[in-house]
Design a protein around this ligand. Structure first.
Ligand SMILES: *Cc1c(COP(=O)(O)O)cnc(C)c1O
Length: 362
């Protein structure tokens, strides 16, 4: 068995060991082809099979309805911050945002360059510690779309139910919680996710768009920046990132084999529950800065009594084989990111380590 530590990194992050091993076994000679998958034409039968199986696997595992198209686009989630307004801001319509933290703010900056924007609600004055309730904002009559981030990876807050945007299309950045729970497709017109949290290697984005919204997208864009281009060519307009898509397929296969989204949600609740319980039972020694109803199941943020103790905690945790626990540099503190491939054992052992650390240092 290879040596693997518990990797709590926010992303790129831990992936299923069996998917990594399958890729390793097939890497040099792909299924008897005498060459690697990354050495062969993306128009040949081997890659063609991978590509269409990846699309079919995502449709099945994420239960994507026929009303929505599945696209693979390079540039990660960040390119989507620009592609969404480029494609959807038509006429004088306004892009409207629920500003819940770092990742929505980045999307706002890009959209502002391309047309009129409006912030429907902002959590800034509360340090982005919660998601808004449905009755705290009013979608405009002239909105092109409402934009949300399903799980704010840095702040550690997550929508447990998605907002209802009425007749206005809802766009969601699902980068850090896609494939971790069943998805309310009925509410969603465009969902995208950078692959490197729950789906596979970095650089690739999964984009799922309602066909009605796709038809309304602008036509006068450079080819690669247009959703219509990717949809018309089944994401084979140019050379796709074949290795990233192949790894995503292996990861999706693994999720399906484990029991699909319901099972992933159960595991996410168990993992995050183990840590939140430890925090809640520590008499305030560990503190979760986030509103209880918005706590993320993927990224558990917590503080210790002092920054010195936080540094000591992170260093000693690493020695005990728990890596990636440093909070994002913009907010500090500690953060345990636990995506699909993190075993429950990892969360339970970390919780045990936290209790021990408190006992010695409190
Ligand atoms: C990681 C992340 C991104 C950025 O993804 P890139 O692939 O690096 O562009 C965007 N949004 C959220 C919510 C993320 O967690």
């Amino acid at each position: 068995m290879p040596t693997r530590i518990f990797n709590f990194s926010a992303g790129p992050c831990t992936l299923p060991l069996s998917a990594l091993q399958k890729a390793q076994a097939e890497f040099v000679d792909y299924q008897g082809a005498g060459m690697s998958l990354i050495e062969m034409s993306h128009r040949g039968k081997h890659y063609d099979t991978v590509h269409y199986e990846a699309i079919a696997g995502i449709r099945e595992v994420l239960a994507v309805p026929d009303s929505h198209d599945i696209l693979f686009i390079q540039g990660g989630a960040t390119l989507q911050f620009g592609m969404v307004p480029l494609n959807l801001m038509t006429g004088d319509k306004t892009a409207e945002f629920l500003n819940t933290g770092t990742w929505v703010k980045k999307a706002i900056v890009d959209a502002e360059k391309l047309g009129p924007t409006r912030i429907l609600w902002t959590g800034e004055t509360e340090n982005f510690t919660r998601m808004p309730a449905n009755d705290e904002y009013q979608v405009g009559d002239n909105a092109a779309y409402v934009y949300i981030c399903g799980n704010e990876t840095i702040g550690g807050i997550e929508y447990h139910a998605y907002p209802d945007s009425g007749a206005v299309p809802l766009v969601a950045d699902m980068s850090s919680h896609v494939m971790s729970r069943p998805i309310e497709w009925r509410k969603l017109d465009l969902a995208f996710a950078g692959a490197q949290k729950n789906l596979g290697p970095a650089g690739l984005a999964l984009v799922i768009i309602h066909k009605t919204l796709l038809e309304k997208c602008r036509d006068d864009l450079p080819a690669y920046l247009s959703y219509k281009t990717h949809a018309a060519k089944d994401s084979l307009y140019n050379t796709p990132p074949v290795f990233a898509i192949y790894m995503m397929k292996l990861t999706v296969d693994w999720v399906q084999f484990q029991g699909g989204l319901a099972e992933m949600e159960k595991r996410a609740l168990a993992r995050s529950g183990a840590l939140y319980d430890t925090i809640d039972r520590s008499d305030g020694w560990y503190r979760c800065p986030v509103d209880r109803a918005s706590r993320s199941r993927m990224n558990v943020c917590f503080r210790l009594p002092t920054e010195e103790l936080e540094a000591k905690f992170i260093a000693e945790a690493l020695e005990a084989n728990f890596s990636g626990l440093k909070g994002h540099r913009s907010v500090g503190g500690c953060r345990a990111s636990m995506y699909n491939a993190m075993p429950l054992e990892g969360a339970e052992k970390l919780a045990e380590f936290m209790r021990g650390f408190k006992q010695i240092n409190a």
